[in-house]
Design a protein around this ligand. Structure first.
Ligand SMILES: Nc1ncnc2c1ncn2[C@@H]1O[C@H](COP(=O)(O)OP(=O)(O)O)[C@@H](O)[C@H]1O
Ligand SMILES: [Mg+2]
Length: 344
């Protein structure tokens, strides 16, 4: 296949009708995603971060085909996947999801081995007589003993269950894995192990990964690229290091200042940003972040900023982006040492 993005989203929007049905009054329109544009290069890992409710799961579900967007295009290896009903089965298998809750994603009455055999059989990934060997191979790939195949989900730890879910996702040999808060419900000590597993699998199998998390430590740890979401929009996008250094959007800086510790799961993103998250049924005019922005100006209420280039491989949607100060301690690459100061 020619090089280029394996996954491309263009102008993807999704709204839900919410609130009570009252005669003569329309239900509220909740804009979960507004004009999302995104490209993911094959073999890379993209992190999607933002506070709870900003649209991360809706975006993940649209990518894997569980939700139909209202508008926009989702393309995989150049093929348009937007219409779920026309999504070719082979393509659907190419993009697999790993969910947050490793327990509810597994059938409690099915042995672990059968959970993995099922997609192998249904999708005829290998010949029937080879399926048990393939099952054992998949268990080993995710760091589990094939002896666990006879166990039921309730006999496993949370980390083991998530490994089973990952093995199941891998069984159909996908090219893209979308992990939605895949470590959020695990103990902090186990989170690191599962993150390492994802990173090993990516390297071994050449997977493309989209790692959705409200936890910046998780994304920082794993992702070479990151997209920051706020109220259904991507507000900044660039290299993974922009979270801790080099943020141009005040929201990203706010998120990043909540990540002092390198321990996954320790800090939540909320504390560093003041004010209330506006309702997605009634977002602010102009820039959606303006009601919480420390650098807000009158223009921000009038005009919505577009995602504009901020440098190589870096975009932000802000009328008054943070300025950067270049420092090169010890002769290191200047771009690795971007530090941020406010424009005002
Ligand atoms: N099926 C649905 N019906 C109505 N509202 C929904 C639905 N799914 C998500 N939402 C709303 O869309 C917004 C984005 O939700 P979600 O994508 O789950 O965000 P995140 O994963 O970032 O927490 C939230 O306000 C949520 O309440
Ligand atoms: Mg979510």
């Amino acid at each position: 296949m020619a090089s280029g993005p394996i996954l491309r989203l263009k102008g993807v929007s999704k709204a839900f009708r919410v609130g009570p049905r009252t005669l003569g009054r329309p239900r509220l329109l909740l804009r979960a995603l507004s004009d999302v544009n995104l490209e993911v290069e094959a073999g890379t890992t993209l992190g999607i971060v933002g506070e709870s409710g900003c649209g991360k799961s809706t975006l993940a579900r649209i990518i894997v085909g569980l939700t139909q967007p209202d508008a926009g295009v989702v393309a995989y290896e150049g093929a348009d996947l937007t219409d779920l009903h026309r999504r070719p089965p082979a393509v659907a298998l190419g993009i697999q999801m790993v969910f947050q809750d490793p327990y509810s994603a597994l059938n409690p009455r099915m042995r672990v081995g059968d959970t993995i055999l099922e997609p192998l059989r249904v999708h005829k990934v290998v010949a029937p007589q080879e399926a048990p060997d393939e099952r054992d191979r998949l268990l080993e790939i995710v760091g589990l003993s094939p002896a666990l195949a006879r166990r039921y989900p309730h006999e496993l730890s949370g980390g083991q269950r998530q490994r089973v879910n990952i093995a199941r996702a891998l069984s159909v040999r996908p090219k893209v894995i979308v992990a939605d808060e895949a470590v959020s419900s695990l103990d902090v000590s186990v989170q690191g192990q599962i993150l390492n597993l994802f990173s090993d699998l990516r390297d071994q199998l050449g997977l493309t990964m989209i790692f959705v998390s409200h936890d910046l430590n998780v994304v920082d740890h794993l992702c070479e690229r990151v997209a920051v979401m706020y109220l259904g929009r991507i507000v900044e996008e660039g290299r993974g290091s922009l979270l801790s250094q080099g943020a141009r959007h005040p929201y990203t800086r706010g998120l990043a200042s909540a990540v002092p510790q390198p321990i996954p799961g320790r800090r939540r993103v909320q504390p560093a940003i003041g004010g209330e998250l506006p309702s997605p049924t009634n977002p602010p005019s102009g820039c959606v972040f303006r009601s919480r922005c420390p650098d807000v100006q009158p223009l921000c209420a009038e005009v919505a900023p577009t995602l504009d280039p901020m440098g190589p491989d870096h975009r932000a949607a802000c009328h008054f982006p943070l300025t950067l100060r270049f420092e090169t301690p010890g002769g290191r690459d200047a771009a690795d040492d971007l530090t941020v100061s406010s424009t005002s």
